[in-house]
Unconditional design. Structure first.
Length: 557
């Protein structure tokens, strides 16, 4: 017999599906959809986005155990990088094809791809398999995040959108921080494979809710997909991420491999600009960069992604090795960061919804995050848990004022026909920043740690702990107390160097944030603009478009 929650969910979904659909003109609703329907749509979107964001960080605390089971210590970072790379290279494509062919079918396909990648990741029997299936997860995850943000923009007006973008920001940041906690729990109490299996029931619910509630649009307008542009963008970004991942570690900075990757990335990205200028429907519309809000927000997103993912990736390492926390314990200690982010993200969304002004929040957010990064750089093995919690809450509070506000600003600035592409590319630059940030901070950490261990430990002991991998706890347990303290201090010094490096990075974001235009959000929908664009699409000589809803168009808001 179905459980009460399952029955309630089924009833709510059927009720939402029977409501009149918001009248799309082209892609979006003419006015805000009924609150109950928006709430159910948002439930499906938030579940899907939760999955995508969790998987950016959920494996962090499971990595030592994964290496013990599968081996492949030298490729450990690729378990994270493969996912981020899959998200990064597909994000612009999802935004564009969502604009062209309707967001609902593309969104449902992205959920399906993500679930397949999750299932296969959980069944992996080698590190190579896990990396490959993590990349498949990333391909799906890229669509979940960007299309969720674009779909909510379709059904609510810009000012009301601020409230929902605030919730998105809370979920994005909260899930990023909760990932290591959940991963640690499954690793300690079940198996690292459940880090991936947990996606399956949540993803199926998200798929069912989204299928029942998101309005459908059937288009018969001829479109062309910018395959060449997508290929150049994917290849260029891949070369860039490989360069930053391998340089200074697996290969020397001046090695032929690194120089070749740098040359290839440059050539591919320059070629991309020429191709996109001539493409009928470019995957990265260069005209967007003429919009000051888009250009500034993309820069802020890149910098914040660089700093945020870099720091969050290394905080569990500090907590586990330096303070001696377990995998679950290190995840619990990240809760203050999540709490700070949740509070400021939701609060900023509420304030923007009431006032229509948003510019002050990215300025405050990047400034507060910069202070938090500096505070982290002052930590040592003697720093108390309470002090670490305060520092993390400061960082979380700053990030919550930035993450979704820049997306909201862009969505309110660009033309309706570019809504998906603009949303996708702001997320794209944040993802690129995150991928490069993790790689750069990782290279800095490895180089700094090698120097610290060489200076503090005898050569044979330094080699022993360096090669210990997932068995580091056992190796450290056999060392004399003095040498063990020297090792922990060396790790702490290397990590605080990484945190200090994040300060000037976020400072750049603070400077860029002052360039954000001081605009006020509209309190009405975008129906008139969408109607004009639709009329152009169905003008004489063009093919027609129909909406998969029998309800008549709503009156303009």
């Amino acid at each position: 017999m179905p459980s009460a929650p399952a029955t309630a969910l089924s009833t709510a979904v059927r009720k939402a599906a029977s409501m009149p659909s918001p009248a799309p003109t082209g892609q979006a609703a003419a006015a805000d959809a009924p609150p109950q329907r928006v709430g159910l749509i948002f439930t499906g979107l938030i579940l899907a986005m939760l999955l995508a964001v969790l998987d950016q960080t959920i494996v962090a605390t499971a990595l030592p155990t994964i290496v013990t089971d599968l081996g492949g210590l030298n490729h450990l970072s690729w378990v994270v990088t493969a996912y981020l790379l899959g998200v990064t290279v597909t994000t612009p494509l999802y935004g564009k094809i969502g604009d062209q062919f309707g967001r609902k079918p593309i969104f449902l396909a992205a959920i399906g791809i993500f679930l397949v990648g999750s299932l296969l990741s959980g069944t992996s029997n080698s590190m190579a398999q896990l990396i490959a299936w993590r990349a498949v997860q990333g391909v799906g995850g890229g669509g979940l995040m960007v299309l969720a943000q674009a779909i909510i923009a379709d059904v609510v007006s810009p000012r009301q959108r601020a409230r929902y973008q605030g919730y998105f920001g809370a979920v994005f940041g909260g899930a990023s921080v909760a990932g290591p906690l959940i991963g640690g729990f499954f690793t300690d109490h079940l198996s690292w494979r459940y880090v991936f299996y947990v996606n399956l029931p949540l993803g199926i619910i998200a798929l069912a809710v989204a299928a029942a509630t998101i309005p459908s649009v059937r288009r018969r307008v001829s479109h062309s997909i910018d395959y060449l542009g997508f290929a150049l963008l994917s290849a260029g970004v891949t070369c860039l991420v490989l360069l930053t991942t391998w340089a200074g570690g697996q290969y020397a900075w001046g090695s032929p491999m690194i120089l070749s990757l740098a040359a290839a990335a440059t050539v591919l990205l320059v070629a991309l600009t020429f191709v996109e200028r001539r493409a009928a429907e470019p995957v990265l519309p260069l005209r967007l960069f003429r919009d000051r809000t888009f250009a500034v927000a993309s820069g802020i997103g890149f910098v914040v992604g660089f700093g945020m993912f870099g720091v969050i990736s290394f905080l569990p390492l500090f907590l586990q090795i330096v303070t001696g926390s377990s995998a679950t314990g290190s995840g619990l200690q990240l809760l203050p960061l999540m709490g700070g982010l949740l509070v400021t993200s939701i609060a900023s969304g509420q304030v923007i919804a009431r006032t229509g002004h948003y510019r002050v929040f990215p300025i405050l957010g990047t400034g507060i995050a910069m202070i938090g990064m500096f505070l982290l750089s002052t930590m040592s093995p003697d720093t108390s848990a309470a002090t670490v919690s305060v520092y993390m809450a400061v960082i979380g509070g700053g990030l919550g004022l930035v993450m979704q506000v820049i997306v909201l600003a862009v969505q309110s600035s660009v033309a309706a026909r570019d809504m998906g592409a603009a949303t996708a590319n702001v997320n794209f630059f944040r993802s690129v920043g995150g991928s490069i940030g993790v790689a750069v901070f990782g290279a800095v950490f490895n180089a700094q740690l090698s120097g610290e261990l060489a200076a503090r430990l005898p050569a044979d002991v330094a080699a022993q702990v360096t090669q210990a991998g997932a068995n580091i706890s056992a190796v450290l347990g056999r060392l004399p107390a003095a040498l063990r303290l020297d090792y922990v201090t060396g790790v702490a010094e290397a990590l605080t160097t990484v945190f200090l490096l994040a300060v000037p990075v976020v400072a750049i974001g603070f400077a860029i944030a002052w360039m954000l235009p001081n605009l006020q959000l509209r309190s009405t929908g975008v129906s008139e603009e969408l109607a004009r664009e639709t009329e152009a699409a169905v003008a004489p000589g063009a093919t027609t478009m129909s909406v998969a809803s029998a309800s008549p168009p709503a009156d303009p808001a």
